[in-house]
Design a protein around this ligand. Sequence first.
Ligand code: ZN
Length: 318
Amino acid sequence: MRRVRSLLDLALAGLALWAAWYHTPAGALVRVVSAHVFGTRTTARPLLAYYSAGTEGAQAPEVIVPRPPLAPAAALGAGASAAMSRLAPAERERILARNHLRSAAPEGLSDVVARLSSVHRSREAGVLAFFCGGEAARFAVERAGRGARLEDLARELPPSYERSISLAGDTLTLGTAYALACPVPPWAHVTSPFGMREHPVLGGQRLHAGVDLGVPVGTEIHAVAPGIVRRSSEDSVSGLALVIDHGSGVSTVYFHNEQLLVHKGDHVAQGQIVSRSGNTGRSTGPHLHYQLDLPSGPVDPLRFRIARPHVDRGGTDL
Ligand SMILES: [Zn+2]
C-alpha cells in the first residue's frame, strides 16, 4: 500500500512539474531563457499573455509573417517534392533513380527540373520528362508542338503514362502555388482563418473558403502571381470581386474591394496593384477575403505563403 502511495506521489509531483513548465509564467520564463541560452526554438507564450486573459485587445495583434515568394524554379522543386511525398517509397525511389537523384529534397529536384525544362524548352515538358522520362517527353513535344500545355502533351501519350502525367500535373499546380506572393502589406493580420466555422447569420458549420486579412479601406491589393483576370465584377455577397487565373489549375480570389483596377481578360504581372480593399458585399468590417483555388477545391493559402498566422478580431465576411 505504502509503495502504491509513493508511486502516486511521484506521479503527482511529475504532473505538477509538467504543469509548471508548460502552463505558468515561471515555466515560460525558464523555457524562453533556456531556448535563448541554447539557441533552440520554443513554443512558450509571451509572458504578458498570462496576464491578459479576458482583457479584450490587451495583446497587440500579431502580424502575419510572409516568407519571401519562392522563385519559379525553387517553387517547382517544392511542388515536385510535395507531389512525391504522397507516393509509396518504391515508386518514389524509381522516379529518383531515373533522374539520378538520391533524395526528394526540393533543392535537388529544382535543379533537375530546371535542366529538363531547358532541354525540352518548356516548364510543362520539363516536368513531364521528370516523371515520364526524356524519350516520352520528346515524343509528346514533337507531336503537340513546342510550348504545348500539359493536357495537350498528355493526349499524345498512351494510357500507361496516366499516373506519371497526373504527378506532373500535381507538380505544376503545387509549384505555381508555392510561387505566390502576398496580396496585402506585411503588417496585415488574419481576422478569420480558412476552415470550418460557425456561420454568423445562417448558423451551422460552413467552410470559410479563404482567409480574411484585416486591412483598412483603400489598401493596395497586389496580384500574387502573373495571370489573366477571369472576373472583375460586383455581387451582393462578395462585393467588388476579382478572380485571377495563374495557369496549371491555380486561381486566386479577392473579395469585398472598394475599387477594382483591372478588367476581365487583362494580363497582370506579379505585384501589380489590381484593386483597393474595402468593405463591400456581406462584410462586418474592412478586410480582404483572399482565397486560393486548386483543381481539388479551395485550400488554405497560408499553408503555402505564411510562416505563422495569428487570429485577431476584426472584419470578416458573413
Ligand atoms: Zn472571408
